[in-house]
Ligand binder design. Structure first.
Ligand SMILES: Nc1ncnc2c1ncn2[C@@H]1O[C@H](COP(=O)(O)OP(=O)(O)O)[C@@H](O)[C@H]1O
Ligand SMILES: [Mg+2]
Length: 254
């Protein structure tokens, strides 16, 4: 059975896509079979994998217009189910489907044996697609910047995931909060990390690995690459490899 990880945060620009791509690449480099799912109509993950024209996308899979093998794109190191900017229309359309929160889970069932890890890059929202990702997932990761007000968004995410766990998916577990664009030099970053790690609600659920601010992470996605091919010796590559190892150690496939 594949482990499914939802990368979620209802705020934009918190490192979800960067994390999905580079955690996926790191796991693939460690020998695991990886599938990434672009669940955002902005399609940043799709374009960061160098895919530009998309006909067959996740929306069509959810509505059963296409089968999984028609939407799955095998690439050199991993596979992806791409997105398109038409995806928002599909979110409205699935709202009238019975059991609309279960569509992703159902769609992924046939390919569980083919992958070790399936990582879902969510849109900055807690709408129907995000709930679909949580209903399908075993774990969720919340990337965030160490900044003021980050806590407020976090409470909302915990409320929603608690409800999903209670009502729809008792398996789901928070893998951790992941600090991105982290600067160990600023007192503020350190203070936020310390206060979150010490918070009973998130106890031991903050990743020890922090993703440092690194221009290579920004540049690589802009050039349609991942950080391992673009700058293998960068901090970004080192940090995402450490994250993959930490994840495997805590929750990984044995
Ligand atoms: N650790 C980092 N260092 C520097 N830039 C980063 C880092 N993580 C993400 N970025 C940049 O921040 C922006 C937002 O990241 P992204 O992963 O697209 O966020 P989201 O998917 O949550 O909207 C992008 O331009 C990305 O390249
Ligand atoms: Mg994104």
């Amino acid at each position: 059975m594949a482990h499914i990880i939802s990368v979620i945060n209802n705020k934009g620009g918190t490192g979800k896509t960067t994390t999905t791509l580079n955690l996926g690449m790191a796991l693939s480099g460690l020998g695991y079979k990886v599938l990434l799912i672009d669940f955002d109509s902005q399609s940043n993950l799709t374009s960061s994998l160098g895919i530009n024209k998309v006909e067959n996308h996740i929306g069509k899979l959810l509505l059963n217009d296409l089968k999984i093998n028609d939407v799955l794109v095998p690439l050199e190191h991993l596979s992806v189910i791409p997105s398109t900017n038409y995806l928002l229309d599909y979110e409205y359309r699935i709202n009238s489907e019975p059991g609309r929160e279960y569509l992703l889970k159902e769609a992924l069932e046939p390919i569980h044996p083919d992958f070790d890890y399936i990582i879902v890059d969510c849109a900055p929202s807690l709408g129907t697609f995000a709930i679909n990702s949580l209903v399908a997932a075993d774990y969720f990761i919340v990337p965030m910047q160490a900044e003021n007000f980050a806590f407020i968004g976090l409470d909302k995410i915990i409320q929603i995931t608690d409800k999903v766990k209670k009502r729809m998916n008792s398996r789901i577990e928070m893998a951790g909060i992941l600090f991105v664009k982290y600067s160990a030099r600023t007192k503020f970053s350190k203070a936020v990390f310390k206060s979150l790690s010490g918070n009973v609600r998130f106890k031991r659920k903050v990743f020890e690995t922090k993703i440092r601010t690194d221009i290579s992470l920004m540049e690589s996605t802009a050039f349609g690459e991942n950080v391992f091919s673009y700058a293998p010796k960068s901090h970004g590559a080192e940090d995402y490899l450490n994250l993959a190892n930490e994840f495997i150690k805590k929750y990984g496939k044995k």
